[in-house]
Design a protein around this ligand. Structure first.
Ligand SMILES: C[S@@+](CC[C@H](N)C(=O)[O-])C[C@H]1O[C@@H](n2cnc3c(N)ncnc32)[C@H](O)[C@@H]1O
Length: 238
């Protein structure tokens, strides 16, 4: 009941013009039988019973994507008015920056499977007077977005957390407009110096992730060498 109330509050914030864009997606039946990725399932257990405040490490110096957040934002060349989904938004490291970049005419969906992250992002957006942030509760099958409602889907350190990547990618494909962009930033466990922990934590190599994403109807259009530990791949929805 508390969870339902929290969700109702979350879905009630943000701009009203886009309310019809959430919680209406359905999973293509052909993908319903996809087997979960065992490594990723274990990964997401670490978020249980926690609070957003326990994840200060997401926005701390020494984390590569935090240290290079400005270069990442610059490389995305976001224009005002864009509708973005920050998928696996966590504490909102990129959500809030996106909201400033897209301006009042744009919209940022902060998508996560944990209500506490969404509540945290909603509070931060209120504090910063950013009315164009819309928290959306996802699950492992659904982004929570309606068809053709975003121009950019962004996953930072989140792709390897998807437990049903094929199913989820199909839902993201639906949510993107034609020729919309999908940006994936994730650890490259093949790079020299990768720890044994990281090799175990991330379930596959970048080439395997790329193949999964291309098989879901995306075309790789760029792979800027911005980072040392992480790869950056930019796809276009075909
Ligand atoms: C390592 S955090 C990354 C957070 C943020 N993107 C960042 O880089 O700071 C991974 C996030 O993915 C979320 N997550 C896991 N599975 C998800 C799914 N199927 N859809 C949306 N978010 C998911 C987790 O709850 C967590 O917030």
């Amino acid at each position: 009941m508390r969870r339902a109330l929290a969700l109702a509050l979350l879905l009630g914030c943000g701009t009203t013009a886009h309310h019809d864009a959430v919680r209406t997606s359905t999973t293509p039946p052909a993908l319903a039988s996809e087997a979960p990725q065992p490594v990723a399932v274990r990964i997401n257990h670490s978020y249980e019973g926690k609070r957003a405040q326990d994840w200060g490490s997401f926005e701390r110096e020494g984390r590569e994507v935090f240290d290079h957040r400005d270069e990442i934002l610059g490389a995305l060349a976001i224009t005002p008015g864009t509708r973005i989904a920050d998928v696996g938004a966590g504490t909102g490291l990129f959500t809030l920056a996106f909201a400033r970049a897209v301006g009042e005419g744009g919209l940022v969906y902060a998508i996560d499977v944990r209500t506490y992250f969404l509540e945290h992002i909603a509070a931060r957006a209120r504090e910063q007077a950013l009315a164009n942030v819309k928290p959306v509760l996802a699950d492992q099958r659904h982004t929570g977005l309606a068809a053709q409602t975003i121009e950019l889907a962004f996953l930072c350190d989140a792709y390897h957390h998807l437990e049903l990547p094929r199913t989820y990618l199909a839902d993201l494909h639906r949510a993107l407009v034609e020729r919309g962009r999908l940006v994936v930033i994730d650890y490259d466990r093949t790079r020299p110096g990768t720890s044994a922990w990281m090799k175990d934590h991330v379930r596959a190599d970048p080439d395997a992730f790329r193949s999964e994403i291309e098989a879901a109807g995306f075309r790789l259009v760029a792979a800027p060498a911005l980072l040392r530990e992480n790869f950056v791949m930019v796809f276009e929805r075909t």
